[in-house]
Design a protein around this ligand. Structure first.
Ligand code: COA
Ligand code: AMP
Length: 637
């Protein structure tokens, strides 16, 4: 079947289509009820099926005779370590850690937070939870203790699994001390903190709740995976929303396993035994789906890379990893390519490596600009595939399904709808727009398996955020348009979420921190263009009318505070003092207008704005600080 036929089949008869895909997995109890709906008419997949993700990712491959195959290759330029981990070894580590968790009294339905750097123990921990039906929530290491505390209070874990430290390019990140700080800040107190000591010389104050990871595993006996219901939550993954409070996306087990297995073959074009590399972090959805569960389910060797595209030690690292481990398909964010291109503009490093194993380079996480796409194609000489998805979907919604049929690549487009996704671009009134017209990117229900089940502890927010705006559709939060061939072009978020180096961040959360500074009367934080990271946050503050304020000291304090409260990942480095902020008559700050001015885009000054002089004041501040180029602005009043 070609792409078009397969896509049509998946939309016209979803039950039949996904029942067939679910048969690719070994269930303890094969599902009979394929597709149902809940009270909001929201799809529920395979509800009477039973399976276990840890079994499917490990034990099944050993039973099939592939125990000696590499399951994981851990490649860590920051510690100069490489380790090949077979399915046998993975089984040993995971089943014993699961035994340890069980001995601590943790059972199915409990929650555990995992706050770890990119080391094998992070993967063992996720898979050990899955083995017992414990719901894990991995928190990205770039988040500060305060953010970790918010997540601890939301999902109330009985235990946290962490490591002594992580390693960034220029510094050691004290993970365990951050966990202690977070527990201090949180109202909920986890019973245990299981600590993997990397023995890198970090001083770690001992706490009564500490348990040594290695001791726990050494003393434990292996346990078998337990069957869980298909819609039992495998994990909660927090992501930024439009308010200051992150949203806990709940992922099911059976639908997710079915979708990931399907995507490995049909979207990424990899077969069992191939080496697959997603250069992301286990703290993001890409890490969950395509460092851990997808490749392991499909019996691929997954690369666990603890490093950066540059400076670890240089811009050749990615090419070294591909050639050394014979990677067939690689996935990274356009930012990583831009960082490499900046250091090695002519791709000289690339020519030094044998990249003949590489068949496809996938990109996602943010909009891919045409010059990055072209540079990558020119130097890697393989198809470069932009594809679009989000934490909520769990797997690609738009792509070029190279495992089915390689379609022509259209620069600027994230491709065609993936099987199972009926993507429609709607206008304000919920009517589908014609090709070329920009609108809201939605998916007509039912969503396929593997997509979010709900929001943890907040079904009302789930309904309000995703389902109510366009009844009968899931709203992605992105804007975009289709062309006459049905290719979709994503133009960016239509809300206040920004995307910095492929990391999704909430400006509302940053604004809360900025506004809490004692010298700030009001503020706005929004995303502006950044050549390297795609976007970066910019804060504008109006100070309280006190004399003698040291503006430089205040902006420095604000930047420090955001880093302290949210974490280094927030990347807020620019805060400017302005006299006033432009608002509508009803008092709403015009963030889009502020962004358009800074990005040198054409903008309209709405007729409702109180005073045109405010815009001119802001333009002057931008010019002084060299934000925006301000060449071709056309004002319309
Ligand atoms: N733990 C602690 N701190 C972390 C961290 C982690 N796991 N990950 C990032 N940080 C810190 C960084 O050290 C940096 O701190 P700094 O401001 O003191 O330099 C800050 O958070 C911002 O990180 P980042 O935006 O990643 O910038 P960077 O300058 O360190 O690296 C790139 C720039 C382009 C190399 C990097 O962003 C990159 O590799 N991007 C690819 C993104 C990606 O894979 N995204 C996943 C989605 S698919
Ligand atoms: P996250 O949930 O962190 O994966 O971020 C998802 C968001 O990143 C999407 O809603 C988009 O705004 C953006 N995004 C991801 N991939 C792409 C892409 N290929 N093109 C454009 N935007 C993308």
């Amino acid at each position: 079947m070609n792409y078009q036929e397969l896509h049509i089949e998946s939309i016209s008869n979803p039950s039949q289509f996904w029942e067939k895909q679910a048969k690719q997995l070994s269930w303890y109890k094969a599902p009979k009820k394929i597709l149902g709906v809940d009270d909001f008419n929201y799809p529920q997949w395979f509800v009477d099926g039973k399976l276990n993700m840890s079994y499917l990712c490990i034990d099944k491959h050993i039973e099939d005779g592939f125990g000696s195959q590499d399951a994981i290759i851990y490649d860590s330029p920051v510690t100069k370590t490489k380790e090949h981990i077979s399915f046998y070894k993975l089984h040993d580590e995971v089943s014993k850690l699961a035994g340890g968790l069980l001995a601590l009294g943790l059972t199915k339905g409990d929650t555990i937070i995992i706050y770890m750097p990119m080391i094998p123990q992070a993967l063992y921990s996720m898979l050990a939870c899955a083995r017992l039906g414990i719901i894990h929530s991995v928190v990205f290491g770039g988040f500060a203790p305060h953010e970790l505390a918010i997540r601890i209070d939301d999902c109330k874990p009985k235990a946290v699994i962490t490591a002594s430290n992580g390693i960034e390019i220029d510094r050691i990140i004290p993970y365990k001390p951050f966990v202690d700080d977070a527990i201090n800040l949180a109202e909920h107190k986890p019973r245990h903190v299981i600590v993997f000591d990397r023995n890198l010389g970090l001083e770690m104050p001992q706490k009564s709740y500490d348990i040594d990871y290695s001791d726990l595993v050494a003393k434990s006996v292996s346990v078998e995976p337990i069957p869980v219901e298909s819609n039992h939550p495998l994990y909660i993954l927090y992501t930024s929303g439009t308010t200051g409070k992150p949203k806990g996306i709940i992922r099911d087990s059976g639908g997710y396993a079915t979708a990931l297995k399907f995507s490995m073959k049909h979207v990424y074009g990899v077969e069992e035994g191939d080496v697959y590399w997603a250069a992301s972090d286990v703290g993001w959805v890409v890490g969950h789906s395509y460092i851990v569960y997808g490749p392991l389910l499909n019996r691929n060797t997954t690369i666990l890379f603890e490093g950066k595209p540059i400076k670890t030690p240089d811009a050749s690292t990615f090419w070294r990893v591909i050639s050394e481990h014979k990677v067939k398909v690689m996935f990274t964010a356009p930012t990583a390519i831009r960082a490499i291109k900046k250091e090695d503009p002519d791709g000289d490093f690339i020519t030094k490596y044998d990249l003949s194993s590489l068949k496809y380079q996938f990109l996602a996480g943010e909009r891919c600009d045409v010059s990055t796409l072209r540079w990558t194609e020119q130097h890697l000489k393989v198809p470069v595939i932009d594809h679009w998805w989000q934490t909520e979907s769990g797997w690609p919604m738009l792509a070029n399904m190279v495992g089915v049929e390689k379609m022509p690549v259209k620069p600027g487009s994230a491709g065609l709808p993936v099987c199972g996704y009926d993507i429609q671009v709607l206008n304000e009134n919920g009517k589908e727009v014609t090709s070329g017209v920009e609108g809201f990117v939605t998916v007509k229900l039912p969503l396929p398996p593997g997509t979010l089940l709900n929001l943890w502890g907040n079904p009302e927010r789930f309904k309000a955020g995703y389902l109510q705006r366009f009844p009968g559709y899931y709203f992605s939060g992105d804007g975009g348009f289709k062309d006459e061939d049905n290719y979709v072009f994503i133009t960016g978020r239509v809300d206040d979420i920004i995307n910095v180096a492929g990391h999704r961040l909430s400006t509302a959360e940053m604004e809360e921190v900025v506004a809490s500074h004692s010298a700030v009367a009001e503020c706005a934080v929004f995303g502006v263009h950044c050549d390297l990271k795609g976007q970066k946050p910019l804060g504008l503050v109006v100070l309280k009318s006190e004399n003698g304020l040291d503006e430089t000291a205040i902006t420095r304090d604000i930047i420090k505070e955001v880093r302290h409260e949210i974490g280094a990942v927030a990347s807020l480095k620019d805060v400017l003092v302005v006299k006033r902020l432009p608002k509508t008559r009803s008092g709403k700050i015009l963030r889009k207008l502020l962004r358009n001015i800074s990005d040198d885009l054409e903008y309209n000054v709405p007729s409702t704005i109180d005073d045109i002089a405010i815009i001119e004041e802001i333009e002057t501040v931008y010019k002084k600080s060299q934000i925006g180029i301000h060449k071709n602005i056309t004002k319309h009043e």
